[in-house]
Design a protein. Sequence first.
Length: 278
Amino acid sequence: MQYGFFTIYWRDMIRFVRFKTLLVSSLLQPALWLAFFGIAMASNFDAMMAGMPVPEGVKTVGYLTFMGCGIIAMTTLFTSLFSGIVILFDKNWGLMREILASPVSRNHIIVGIALSGVTKAFIQAIIIMGFGVLIGAAFFAGFTPLQIVIGIAGVLLFVALFALGFLFLSAAIAISMESPEGLQGVMTLLTMPIFFASNALYPIDNFPEVLRIISAYNPMTLLINGIRYFAIGPDFYALGHHYAFTQAEILLSFAGLVLFSLIMFVLAWWRFRNAVVT
């Protein structure tokens, strides 16, 4: 079955649309984060930074815009990691046993689940960007129409790579576990260090040296660098720091996410290849 992955993908998307509570909550959650947490934090940080000198000729970015890029990354992380619970439910209900016994390749199972997760991440990222602009985030401010299209495409490309990596990781963990409670515990344990050891909410320049090194190679930091480059621009000033991204730095971030996704795919492929579902 050459296109078996599409069957897996379509099944998961139908389930996503039909479960109205899951659909509405997954679409509203990122907007609510940006509306309440973002605006509240922005009013405080912008007031604190109001008197700080700004480098001449550098665009100043408010905290809502700065953090909005982090909210896109945070939502992608949470959605991707917790997508594995679908595999665990299928495993516990006996559906995964039938899927594994079907002519569909196990690689197609992984790819189909990953593509559905990327589609959900795209929808959420677009909602955050659109809603952010409505409440005052300066995404794509001063961009030409062509630059906006390129910017959105660049953001979605980085989101896709990041989501794929954590979807593969989530799938590998889910196929290895038996209880939803255990899976949720592992995912919660992973999300907090990854999120807070990144530049989602604040600069990492003043971190302790060891944590700064960890943060620099954190896949979430690599994602946020790409999002800020494409959604804000390569040169801006925020939270007392001057951010100047070169194309080489963004290419390195991109390469890092590609490597991360490939490693996670190999892990997921190995776990599915050796999975025994009874």
